[in-house]
Design a protein around this ligand. Structure first.
Ligand code: A2P
Length: 258
């Protein structure tokens, strides 16, 4: 990826054969932004995977980080959704959540905090998600209301997406349930999703049965404390963690790199 601030700078810096251009940047809050870049013709990926992207450093060496791809596999461009790190050269998160790690089932939960929404932004636009499950529930917990906007707008656009409707089938979006919550700013639904699961509030609100290995699969992607706490909770519900090499009942976002 290249993003030179001036043409002179661009001329000075070496580029790589797989250099791409930034086509769009949007700031959602003072902590979150998303951006789109051109997609190398040769790049193939599965929805929910990550790629290494970077900026060319002043020393002529690229500074690379792993980023979850927020766009679906069929998109012409690549989209990323990320936090901003003050003075950080690049900020990142790993995303390895792919369908292959889960055994077939009826209902799929995407459980996200903050920019952990990114791999789900990709998977929510992946036809296989709707082919494999009758119901997809995405929960997104953020500190503030503004941090929910990226996800809320994406869900809204998916519901109206005619191309997806043609690809997957009319009414596909009726399978999709969206459950946003905030923890530090007033909103219609407040609280950490973990607490709302413990109290049973989320199940009552959505009018669904609690998580159960017979009926549910889950993908977790959020901050480290959230990932660890939810992993433990899902195991208490009787779900087993899976991997691409050994599919099971839930998967967790593997790592953070900052
Ligand atoms: P809280 O405000 O109560 O800490 P962050 O921006 O720090 O990554 O956090 C994103 C969201 O994840 C926040 O709403 C935060 O809630 C929530 N969160 C942090 N840790 C946990 C956890 N262990 N379980 C559930 N939610 C968590």
């Amino acid at each position: 990826m290249t993003h030179p601030s001036t043409e002179a700078e661009a001329a000075k810096k070496p580029t790589l054969p797989d250099a791409q251009s930034v086509t769009h940047v949007q700031h959602w809050t003072d902590r979150l932004f998303s951006f789109r870049v051109t997609r190398p013709a040769s790049l193939r990926f599965r929805s929910g995977e990550f790629v290494m992207i970077g900026l060319m450093g002043d020393n002529g060496k690229p500074l690379l980080r792993a980023y979850s791809i927020a766009s679906p596999a069929w998109d012409e461009e690549l989209e990323f959704y990320s936090i901003k790190v003050q003075d950080g050269p690049l900020t990142s998160k790993l995303g390895t959540l792919v369908h292959d790690a889960l055994l077939p089932c009826k209902r799929l939960w995407f459980l996200a905090t903050g920019t952990g929404f990114a791999p789900f932004a990709s998977l929510l636009r992946e036809p296989q998600t709707y082919e494999d499950y009758d119901e997809i529930i995405i929960t997104h917990t953020c500190r503030e209301v503004g941090e929910l906007t990226y996800g809320a707008e994406l869900i809204e656009s998916i519901r109206k997406d005619e191309m997806l409707a043609e690809l997957i089938g009319e009414g596909f979006h009726e399978k999709l349930r969206y459950y946003p919550t905030t923890t530090r700013e007033e909103s219609p639904k407040m609280g950490r999703i973990t607490d709302l699961m413990r109290s049973g509030e989320v199940y009552a609100d959505l009018d669904v049965t609690p998580l159960n290995p017979e009926t549910d699969r889950a993908m977790i992607c959020g901050n480290l404390a959230f990932n660890l706490e939810l992993k433990e909770m899902l195991e208490e519900y009787g779900l087993e963690e899976g991997a691409n090499s050994k599919p099971a009942q839930f998967v967790v976002e593997k790592a953070f790199l900052d």
